[in-house]
Design a protein around this ligand. Sequence first.
Ligand code: SF4
Length: 253
Amino acid sequence: AARKVWHELQPEPPHIESRWAYLHEAKLIESCMIGYAHRNRQKKIGNVEVVSSEQVFDILMKDGKTRSGGLMDQVNRINGQPWPRDFKTTGKTDEYWQRFCSPSDQPTRYIHGLTKLTGEKVPGLVLEVLRNKKPTKKDSDPKPEIIEFLATRTPSQLDRWEDEQIFLEGELDRCRDQDMWPQADDMTMCQWCDKRMLCTQSSELSIMAKLDKYYTHKIWDFKSLHQEDAKNEKAAEQESTKSPTPENEHPKS
Ligand code: SF4
């Protein structure tokens, strides 16, 4: 099945000079086999029960107004306790993923969401990373590996996070009410920001023109992301067969 999808999405192997040249079909199959062996090992140990996959949550917070939602890759019971599990494929280092665990919104949101869904204490989130390192002079063919990281949160951290979400939602309400959208205090990231095209405009009218031309306004519907993903993949495929025009050279979001 993996080979079939690979050939559908990538009829030609990656170009030899591409930075992704080492991620070829054989590496995909090797990665699948590593994943399969990992899954069998877990089954044998028997302490991980998969409760659900692609678990949607939509939680009402304590102010009765602010919502938090998302889509967990998997919900597990590990030694009897509920844990969300998130899967990543990557070439990034351990340090990167340790930093991803905390502070970080995604693990907190998922742990908070599962706490509300189950009504039980959720100790944390398991981050399962399948890594394919780039070949180096020292190691010309590094093997795929699976590494697990734990992002833990205490009940008081979750409570504080919920208060912060309610506060931020209040700030957004103020922005909407007054139609006032202050630019970032710290502008060091502006040069890489994909909204830069808007922030460099000299008037609201020209911002609106750019928004109309280059952006699609739609609600982020995490409850139907699978259908969205399939649609986006198809659209991207069709888009990639078109020759570049000023419009399709710019990202839409
Ligand atoms: S360019 Fe991006 S980061 Fe900078 S102010 Fe605009 S939206 Fe904020």
